[in-house]
Design a protein around this ligand. Sequence first.
Ligand code: ADP
Ligand code: MG
Length: 367
Amino acid sequence: MSRRPHSGCAALVALVALAAAAPACLAAWETRVTDGIMGTRITVEVWAEDPLLADAANEAVLAEMRHIDTTMSTYKPDSEISRVNAHAAAGPMPISTELFDLLVTAKEYSRLTEGAFDITYASVGYLYDFRRRVRPDEAHIRAALPAVNYEHVLLDPRHHTVRFTQPGVRIDLGGIAKGYAVDRGIEALQKAGITHGYVSAGGDSRVIGDRFGKPWVVGIRDPQKGEGEVIARVPLVDAAISTSGDYERFFDEGGVRYHHIIDPRTGHSASQVRSATVIAATAVRTDGLSKTAFVLGPEKAMAIYNRIDDVDAIIVRLDGTVVYSKRMQPAMPSAAQPSVPAPPAPAVPAAPAAPAAPGVPAAPAPK
Ligand code: ADP
Ligand code: MG
C-alpha cells in the first residue's frame, strides 16, 4: 500500500505551516495492490480526504472480491458454483440471488454475442490445464462438446433454481466474474462516499470520476510485445474497460497457441484475434463482450459491438493491425489516411497525461 499526498496539498501544508496554524492535511491518493484473490492481481486506487476512510473503502472492495472468489471459484470444491456443477444435472438446485442473477446476466451475453460468450464452455474447458501444458485430444473434445450450450442451463426465476438439462454440463464464470467483482468493488467505493477511484481485477477495470481534472488513462498491452508495451492509452471517466488476450494463460506447441478462451462451437482455443478491448459503462458488460472477437473474428465481433449503443472496442487482428469501433474512428478520414488506422484522436491520445475531456468534472480541491 502506498500513500501519495497530492502536491497541491503539500503546498497548502507549507503555507499553513508558515501561518503557524497547522491543521492536518491528510487528503491523498491511496493505492492498494493485492495478489491472490480470484487468481489475479487486484488494484484499488482512491482519493479520500481522510486516510481512515480510504483504508476502509479499500478494505470493503477486497472483502467483496474475497466473497465473490469464495462463491464463484471452480477451483474451490465447496464454492456455490462447484456445488452447482456437482448437482444441477440431477435436478433443480436452489441458489443464492447473487449467483442466480449473474447466471441470468451470463445468458444475456450469450444471446447478445450469438453464443460466443458461453459459460458452459467449461464442459470442455475443464480438460485443459494451461499451466501444466495439458490439452484434450480430439476424441475427448468430441465427447464433451454436446454439453457446451448455454441453453442447457435452465434458470427458474420463481424458485431461484438452476438445473442442467443433461449430464456433463459444467459452468465457469471466469469470463465474467472479475468484471462483476470490479462492479461490486466500485459500488463499495461509492457506498463509502468515494467519488474518484479505480478498481481492477486482471484484465477488467472501472473508474469513478476523473483523476484531478484529467481522465484516468488505461494502457492496452501490445499483444506482440512484452508486458508494459502498449498499443494505445485510453482515457476514461466513469467507465469500464476489459481486455482479453491470447497471452494471458497459454502454452505453445507445434506452432499452435493453446490459450484460455475457448470456442464453444469447436472446443478449441478461439484464435481469430490477438486481443480485444471493450469499453462501456460497467465491467460486467465489458467482460461479457471482450471474448467475442476471439470466437467470431474481428468483423463479426465489431458488427456486434457497433450495434450496442454504449460500447466501444479496439481489436488487434492476427497480423497485428488494429481496428476501432465506429465511435472511435478518426473524425475526418483523409487521403493521407494509412491503411492501418492510426490510434484515433482525440478519443485515444498517445500521451499518458491526456488533456481533460470537455465536461469532465473538476478535480477534488486538495485541503
Ligand atoms: P481475465 O480472466 O484476465 O479477465 P478474460 O476476460 O479474457 O480474461 O476471460 C478469460 C476467461 O474466460 C477464461 O480463463 C475462462 O475462464 C473464460 N472463458 C473462456 N472461454 C469462454 C467463452 N467462450 N465464454 C465465456 N467464458 C469463457
Ligand atoms: Mg475478464
